[in-house]
Design a protein around this ligand. Structure first.
Ligand SMILES: Cc1cc2nc3c(=O)[nH]c(=O)nc-3n(C[C@H](O)[C@H](O)[C@H](O)COP(=O)(O)OP(=O)(O)OC[C@H]3O[C@@H](n4cnc5c(N)ncnc54)[C@H](O)[C@@H]3O)c2cc1C
Ligand code: FES
Length: 282
């Protein structure tokens, strides 16, 4: 694990004002990053620690890619940085790597910003020789990420939009359920996206008895197992998402508790974001 100042070599505004992609120069992390790993970065010395999944890594170029949604104060601060700027520090790779083996057909379900996080894992399954199917969903066509990147290596890419502006009209879970009904070769489902989506995916796969892995965006502070902030309940046991996860068996996760914990600091987060916007004249 390395903690170093790192420069932004490329920044792309994927959805202006909402979602951006950063390619960061950090050779030590790029060399070790595995699918499923995440990093924790700070924009300034006084800044909050922001956990972000490694969406891609290029060990030769010495870079990693992250995609983030501007949610509140810290991600809005990150959004002010441009190419050539340095992050204050970047810590990683963190978390357990995704368990990947050749099993047959694997479906990778991604929702919203989670599609980018799922990208690295889908790549890993493809490289392991699995028939890799990506099912990706967003509210509308203009919010869909990484379609072309996924099409460049996945065997199949199926699309759903809530408003029907592209692909299937409805949720990724409907596309998933149809596939599970007709395809008995599916051995594993991986889901990354909003907590309600991961919960719905887990409910969908349960009756089919298909192994289901979800990546939990629990609240994190240190990311190394010391602070206890990322506590989650899985199969009745307390786990720490940063060191035991972030991936867990979706059929065992207590999603109700996770939702409650994620909402715990909403009033403070809203105040902090308002103060940031005032300071930056937004
Ligand atoms: C392992 C992990 C991987 C993640 N990967 C990505 C990613 O690839 N792309 C992406 O856009 N987001 C990702 N997130 C979520 C991202 O860290 C939060 O959106 C970010 O910290 C929000 O900070 P903020 O100050 O802008 O918003 P805030 O106003 O602080 O928060 C808005 C909401 O974000 C969530 N949140 C806030 N702080 C944290 C925190 N420290 N840890 C987790 N969730 C938090 C809470 O649900 C909160 O209600 C990941 C989180 C974790 C734990
Ligand atoms: S983030 Fe501190 S224990 Fe996991």
């Amino acid at each position: 694990m390395q903690q170093t100042p790192c420069t932004i070599v490329k920044k792309e505004r994927l959805i202006p004002g909402q979602t951006s992609k950063l390619v960061i120069s950090c050779p030590h992390i790029a060399k070790k990053a595995q699918p499923g790993n995440f990093v924790i970065l700070r924009v300034s010395a006084q800044g909050e620690r922001i956990p972000l999944t490694i969406a891609d890594a290029d060990p030769e170029a010495g870079t990693i890619t992250m995609v983030y949604l501007v949610m509140g104060k810290s991600t809005a601060h990150l959004e002010t940085l441009e190419e050539g700027d340095a992050l204050h520090d970047l810590c990683g790779p963190l978390g357990q790597a995704t368990h990947i083996e050749q099993v047959g057909t694997v479906i990778c379900v991604g929702g919203g910003t989670g599609i980018a996080a799922m990208h690295h894992i889908a790549k890993g399954h493809q490289r392991a020789g699995n028939h890799t199917v990506a099912i990706i969903g967003a509210r509308s066509k203009n919010l869909l990420l990484f379609e072309h990147e996924l099409k460049s290596f996945c065997d199949e890419v199926l699309i759903a939009t809530d408003d029907g502006s592209y692909g299937h009209k409805g949720f990724v879970t409907q596309v998933l359920e149809e596939r599970l009904k007709t395809d008995k070769t599916v051995k594993e489902v991986v889901a990354i996206g909003p907590v309600p989506m991961m919960e719905a995916v887990s409910k969908t796969t349960k009756p089919f008895g298909v192994k289901t892995t979800v990546s939990l965006n629990s609240i994190m502070v240190d990311g190394i197992g010391m602070c206890g902030a990322c506590r989650v309940s899985v199969g009745g046991q307390v786990k720490f998402a940063c060191v035991d996860g972030p991936e867990f068996d979706g059929h065992q996760v207590d999603f109700g508790e996770l939702r409650q914990r994620l909402a715990a600091f909403k009033p403070q987060e809203a105040l902090s974001f308002e103060a940031f916007k005032e300071r930056h004249g937004k």
